[in-house]
Ligand binder design. Sequence first.
Ligand code: MG
Length: 159
Amino acid sequence: MISEKLQKALNEQITAEMWSANLYLSMSFYFEKEGFEGFAHWMKKQSQEELDHAYKMASYLIERGGSALVDKIDVVPTGWGNPLEVFKHVYDHECHVSKLINDLLTLAQEEKDFATQSFLWDFVKEQIEEEATAQGIVSKLEKAGDAGLFCIDAELGKR
Ligand code: MG
């Protein structure tokens, strides 16, 4: 059985993952309105992945005898200046999420909950990929300038 402390922390992470899903959905809508179909598609997939993280954490909590909660989700940002600004925001957000996961793992270590530590390592590894992917897109956008924007848009549309 999972401890109350870890159960509470994992439920807070579920809320954070759902907030991330909404953030990326908001970015997807922004791109759709701006005519970047590829970026919009990429963001929708990213949003779905965040929901999948929340579902995975909920199932894990239930498996361990805990309860998973759907809590209130705060509003997410809605306005950006250009695609580069959006992807810089994605990178910063993923670094923040990495910190949240690291804090959770630290708590699982303090609680001597080895099962939860093992469960969380997948998310630690996932964050390496998330940060690298966002940083990669930022670099491409910085090099491409306005003329190359639609090439990157087409590329991300293939996700
Ligand atoms: Mg996530």
